[in-house]
Every structure is written in C-alpha cells, then in structure tokens.
Design a protein around this ligand. Sequence first.
Ligand code: AMP
Length: 423
Amino acid sequence: MTRAAGMKKKVTAIKGTKDILPPETRKWQWVEERARTVFERYGYRELRAPVFEATELFEKGTGESSDIVLKEMYTFTDKGGRSLTLRPEYTPSVVRAIIDHRLYLQPRPLRFYYIGPMFRYDKPQKGRYRQFHQMDIEVFDEKDPGIDAEIIQMATVLLKQVGVADYQILVNSVGCPRCRPSYIQKLREAAQKVREKLCPDCQRRIEINPLRLFDCKIETCQALAANFPKITDNLGEECQQHFIQFQHYLQVLGISYRVEPRLVRGLDYYTRTTFEFVTSALGAQDAILGGGRYDEMMKQFGGPDLCGIGLAVGVERLLSLIKFQPSNPEFIYIIYLSEEGKEEAMKLAAELRKEVDCLLEYKPRSLRNQLSRANKLGATWTLIIGEDELKTGRFTLKHMASGHQASYSSAALLEHFKSRGDQ
Ligand code: AMP
C-alpha cells in the first residue's frame, strides 16, 4: 500500500473504548465534582498514581488466580524490556505509593480517593468496557468495623447526591487467612462432588481457588454453587465478631442491606468485609460499585502491617442511571464586522471573560451569518461591534430569548456581569 493510500484508511477507536464528547462531558464533570465533595467531606484526599505499573504489582496485589490477572490485563513489554501493565484496578497502586513514599509515617489519616480510567481486556458489552472509569476510595490503618459501615454510608450519600435511589446493598464476610483455609477445603470437597456438571473454568477453580467458583457467570454453575457451604457459616471467632459489629453499625446508620454469602467478588485479596451495590436497572452488569477489606496486602508488599478497606464506583454505570441533563451554560456571542471591530472584540472578550463566558469566532462571516450562528449555538446574548459602536464606544447587548436590548460602555458592561455574579 502506498503511504497516501495508507493515510486514507480510517483509524477508529479501539473496541471497548469510548470517546466522551461534549455535552456528555458536562455530566461527567457534574458527577465527579459531587464525588470529590463527598469524599473530601469524609476526610479523603486525592492521590494520583500512574496509569501503568510493573506487571508484578497486579500479579501480587490483585492476585494470580483472579480473572483480572489470568485473562484481562493489558500487559506489554516496553523498550527497556520491562513488563508493564495498564492498571486494571487502583488498590495495588495506592498501596505501592504509600510504601514508596512512607506515607504511613504521617500523622494525617490514610484516606485517599482517585477518579480515573482502568483497563481490562474483557468482552465488551453494555456496561462493560475495556477502558472504563472508577471513582475509588481507600482507607488504611482502620481495623474497626465502624469504618466498613461508614464507607457504605458515604456511598449512599454519593448516590443520593446524584439522584440514584434504585439499588440494593449486598454485604458479606470472606473471612481471613486463619479461618478461610478450612472453609476452602469444605468448599473444594462440595465442588468435587459435582465436578462433572461444572464448566471447565470452574473445574480449574476447584484446584486453583475454589472461592472463585462463586464468580462464575454461567447459570448452571451458579445454581450448583447455591448449594455449596456458606462462608458466613464458617467464619472464625474474630471474623464473625467483625461481621456482626459491621452489621450493627450499618443498622446504627440506618442502612438497609442484605447478607449475600456468595459475594466473594472477583479479587483474591479480600479479607472479612465485601460489599456491592446492585441495581436491576443495569441489566447483566448490575453492580454500580463494590469493595471490601484487604488487611494483608500492605504487609505482602513488604510495607507495614496496616489493614485497608476501599470501594470503587463504576462511573459509566453510575452515569447510565443518572437523569441529569446538563443545562447550556450562559454565554455571549460577540459579533464584529471589520478588522477594527475584530480587534475591539478580542480586547473586549478578554475583559468580559473575567465575569462571563464569551465566544468569538474568527472565520469571516456576514452579520446575518453571525446572528444565525449565535442562534444555532444557543447563545444567551449577542454583542454587536459595528461602525457606530466603534465610534461611540457603546455596545448593544441583546438577550436572545426575550429580545431585550441595552447599550453599555465596555466598563459598564463588565460591571453589569460582575454584579450578576455577585448576586
Ligand atoms: P471491581 O474493581 O471489579 O470491584 O469493580 C468496581 C466497579 O467498577 C464495578 O461495580 C463496576 O461498576 C465497575 N466496573 C468494573 N469493571 C468494569 C468494566 N469492564 N466496564 C465498566 N465498569 C466496570
């Protein structure tokens, strides 16, 4: 193929990724703003980690038997021969950053949030993308189940703020490395008995990590798993106490929830609390957000023995539940008719933008054309700079919807918008 022919070939967005275009971006900003405000209110501060990390971080953190690590990572070798991975989730990055910067030595609470893209090579479908976005919070060094309940309460506040009410909260405890092995053994034995009826993935899961049996999306496997022993009947004394207290605090905070013993979630690192907010409004991909405790991860990465708990909200899924229609922001469309008028318009726009949005376009257009542009773009006002205006230094501001007009000097115009802003 010649170079010219090659250049003509259409390059499209990668499957499973989406362009987020205006005015849809306003909806994103609106949600992100609300999330930031809620997170900050609860003492979280933003921590921005890189989009790619050493592959090993996720193998160790997310876990080698998780679907994410087994099937879904965007892993590549860079020019220096290092194996890197586009982060499929955020928690391991935060743990690494805390250890790298020894943040645990600070007196500040270890509460962080982050909003940004994650990458998973999963089969794209409605609500499931290969680049998707999460709003994520993590808390460290809080063992008490009070925090488990608090972050769930915080999530309900966020959902209320963005007008989402139709969801259910599922909670569970997956025990800890002390009580889980004996449960896993029981689970393995139960699964062995029905091995032939399970899918090939689940048959492998029996050996590698039987907890993952509960993640299977195949109906026959799910029906069989419903009869497997429940983790909640097999918790050690401390985990059981934690789970009871956690539920007690949820009740103290007036939160309705349901215990779902099959909620092990797709990640290997969870200890004790796991939870998910699900809705029937999303179809197959029904989880709006999810999270849990990971008390061993920091230690496993060679950091101090600090427990952790976090949650991640799927932004695309949240947005699909939100009815908010962004309103068109108010702005002035400035019209000019000559080179001199254009220069005046440029100066005036620079001034007025201290107080109000202004749009000035540079393609030569007739007066009629500019008026029709202003109309089409939904300008709130037009400001015309013609011969007379240049001579007198007074400009006519027209409110498009009402047709109301008034004439101002440039200083008075600025003052007019300033006083509107002060109201
Ligand atoms: P996880 O990190 O798997 O615990 O997921 C947390 C939340 O992120 C889920 O509840 C979803 O809302 C969202 N999420 C996870 N994977 C995807 C994906 N592939 N596409 C869109 N949203 C996702």
